[in-house]
Write a protein that binds this ligand. Structure first.
Ligand code: GLA
Length: 340
């Protein structure tokens, strides 16, 4: 495998309960991310009260195996039903109160400070903010975020500054999806320029890269890395998986617009296309020195968000199958000397 970037996987604490899974993770990966357990909805129980236990378990495993940990994520807007990654306690109070803004800003700074301090020296890079850019053509920032509603764009700078102060040696990333889309990327780059103009610390861009076997085009992916590198920033691929389905965007709002389930067994030509796609993107990564880590959003096809989201259906997007056996996709990315 390539040597100039770390290879990571997102895991849950129970991923390491099985000796076979733990052995695979310990042997094959050089970086780990908590799939969910470092998110604010998990850690931020109440103001000044934290649930670090599940994330600590992952960090302890990584440390015992000499594996680096990237932190994901300190600030996110997302909520759905009972699930909120922007817990209500951050925003308690009356927005009309003249002190409201300062109170929310102080809660945010305290949260980031306490979490980064807890993991100081153990987490080498943080996705400080996740998904701050809007998909709405009339907006740059995601204005429906409770963070934006309370603090405007300043929440991003507050979080980055607090993270740098709490652990000056951790790399600070802004993490985003669809960075391959030129319109979205232009917004992201303008936000980064604005932050740097204010002297806000930022080291790199995390590209989620939830891609599919035939979307987006390779040239668009490459352009995203090149544009970030041209600003003198690092790139990391933070959530790579290769879905079978290239759904229209509408599928995220209307399940009927999603492509139909391929069923099981998945046709051979689809598995072959996936293997080729993995080969192609890793070939690109190897030629991009600005890429410091490539993290897969999982490790085995037995556990992936893509079998439930955006709709329940067969999907096998990772490099090891449900029995932890290497897939054809894996053999396209390892050095030929490792091939059977
Ligand atoms: C986004 C988030 C990740 C994860 C995935 C879906 O990409 O950044 O943390 O929740 O969605 O699982």
């Amino acid at each position: 495998m390539a040597t100039h970037f770390k290879i990571g996987a997102a895991i849950e604490p129970d991923s390491i309960d099985s000796p076979a899974d733990a052995a695979l993770l310990g042997a094959q990966f050089s970086s780990l991310t908590a799939e969910n357990k470092m998110k604010p909805g998990e850690i931020g129980v109440a103001e000044g009260q934290y649930n670090f236990g599940p994330a600590d378990k992952i960090v302890a495993f990584a440390q015992a195996h000499g594996i680096a940990v990237r932190g994901h994520t300190l600030v996110w807007y997302f909520s759905s039903g009972d699930w909120s990654e922007a817990p209500a306690w951050f925003f308690a109070g009356d927005p009309k109160d003249p002190h409201y803004r300062d109170v929310v800003a102080a809660r945010l700074a305290r949260y980031v400070t306490d979490v980064v301090t807890h993991f100081r020296g153990k987490v080498y890079a943080w996705d400080v903010v996740n998904e701050t850019i809007s998909d709405d053509p009339h907006q740059v920032y995601r204005e429906d975020s409770p963070w934006y509603r309370a603090l405007g764009k300043d929440y991003i700078a507050i979080a980055l500054r607090a993270a740098r102060a709490a652990d000056p040696s951790a790399k600070l990333y802004i993490n985003e999806y669809s960075t391959d889309d030129p319109v979205k990327r232009a917004k992201l780059l303008s936000v980064i320029r604005d932050l740097r103009g204010q002297g806000v610390p930022i080291d790199g861009v995390g590209h989620q890269m939830h891609i599919s076997i035939d979307w987006p085009p390779m040239s668009h992916i490459k352009q995203a890395f090149d544009d970030v590198a041209a600003l003198g920033l690092e790139n990391q691929v933070t959530e790579l998986d290769v879905s079978f389905y290239s759904d229209p965007g509408e599928c995220w709002h209307n399940p009927h617009a999603c492509l139909p389930d391929l069923g099981n067994p998945v046709p051979d030509d689809v598995m072959r296309a996936q293997a080729e796609r993995y080969g192609a993107v890793f070939d690109l990564f190897e030629h991009e020195p600005s890429i410091k880590a490539v993290t897969l959003w999982g490790y085995s096809d037995k556990h992936t968000w893509l079998t439930s989201t955006p709709v329940p259906r067969t999907n096998l997007p990772l490099l090891f199958d449900a029995n932890l056996k290497p897939k054809a996709a894996l053999w396209t990315i390892v050095d030929s000397s490792w091939r059977p």
